[in-house]
Write a protein that binds this ligand. Structure first.
Ligand code: NAD
Length: 311
């Protein structure tokens, strides 16, 4: 892709918390709720955990890495916080951990599936196992936590599930297989599961969202292609350097968006893919039915004139 072809919005995008998303507007709004955030030892997940703690939620942090810094940061905001060292792809371990969280903090009100990884390899330079590991971290883990947590939310008639997806899930992305397809899958799953909730009359009570967190210069966001891939595809490696110049979103923007969504203030966007850099009130004010009718904030395939997506 030619960097000069990168899409540019006609209105400036947000890169830090703004208007309704500033911490003082959300402080205490999720008081007493129980939140689970995966991949919260660092980066965007750490900001999500802290934003939820600022909003009054007790936060369970799950990560492969030591997350004691996130736990301490949450506790300093006067909420309870627990940290579990776990691999989100280990379904049995995740079931145990989620059960332990329920015993320790109470039933889960807010689930944020944030843990993610990328490989930056084309299929001809990857193994199936490497590819699948990426897919499992980014998609299988999301589905396994939803399967574990959603039944309780349905019984109680309340809850918020946020899946951190990516703009990469809305595009054809060479050299990112495993990442791009897993992110697409969770955007589609989010929308489809929300429709099942609507069918049971639960749309007003349980909301799911898939988010693009913006371009964040985190470990993952600022990663480069492995040397062997850069050697074979030098133009792509150069393009990646250009791409890194676009990474200017503070992780707190995604964090505060998650806290805001958990308050139920943007129900009109339920089931949808949302780029946190867009003005959430402006987009939500269009209304769910208008956005859906126009096929916006969802994945779709268009055809040439005269052809429709027929049954
Ligand atoms: N940074 C960006 O610009 C950007 C853009 C689009 C989407 N995202 C998405 O945002 C999310 C957070 O990414 P980030 O940028 O903060 O990256 P990051 O690498 O800084 O953080 C990812 C976290 O997930 C954890 N993790 C990875 N695999 C795990 C596993 N198997 N079990 C438990 N924990 C695991 C890591 O230990 C780490 O703490 C990811 O889902 C990523 O795809 C990021």
């Amino acid at each position: 892709m030619d960097p000069s072809e990168f899409a540019i919005s006609a209105v400036p995008l947000q890169h830090t918390p703004y208007g309704p998303l500033v911490p003082e507007k959300i402080v205490g709004k999720n008081k007493g709720k129980v939140a689970v955030v995966t991949g919260a030892a660092q980066g965007i997940g750490k900001s999500i955990a802290e934003a939820l703690a600022n909003s009054g939620a007790n936060v369970a942090i799950l990560d492969l890495k030591d997350a004691s810094e996130t736990k301490t940061a949450c506790e300093s905001l006067n909420v309870k916080s627990v940290y579990y060292n776990c691999d989100v792809t280990d379904v049995a371990r995740m079931r145990t951990v989620l059960g332990d969280i329920e015993k320790e903090l109470g039933a889960v009100d807010i689930l944020v599936n944030n843990a993610g990884m990328t490989r930056g390899r084309p299929i001809c330079m990857d193994t199936f196992e490497g590819y699948w590991r990426c897919f499992e971290v980014n998609c299988k883990s999301v589905m396994s936590t939803i399967f574990a947590v959603l039944p309780g939310m349905r019984e109680r008639g309340s809850g918020t599930i946020i899946n951190i997806s990516s703009r990469a899930g809305t595009l054809d992305c060479p050299l990112a297989l495993g990442y791009t397809d897993s992110k697409t899958a969770i955007i589609r799953a989010t929308a489809s599961i929300q429709e099942e909730l609507e069918a049971d009359g639960l749309g007003d009570k349980i909301q799911m969202f898939s988010l693009h967190p913006g371009g964040v210069p985190s470990a993952l966001g600022a990663s480069s292609f492995p040397a062997d891939v850069a050697g074979r595809y030098p133009a792509a490696a150069e393009m990646m350097k250009e791409f890194h110049k676009f990474l200017k979103t503070d992780p707190s923007l995604c964090g505060m968006t998650c806290a805001y969504l958990a308050t139920g203030q943007a129900k009109e966007l339920r089931g949808m893919y949302f780029d946190v850099r867009q003005d959430i009130e402006r987009v939500a004010s269009r209304g769910r039915s208008a956005l859906r009718k126009a096929g916006l904030y969802t994945l779709k395939i268009d055809f040439i004139e005269d052809y429709a997506n027929e049954i």
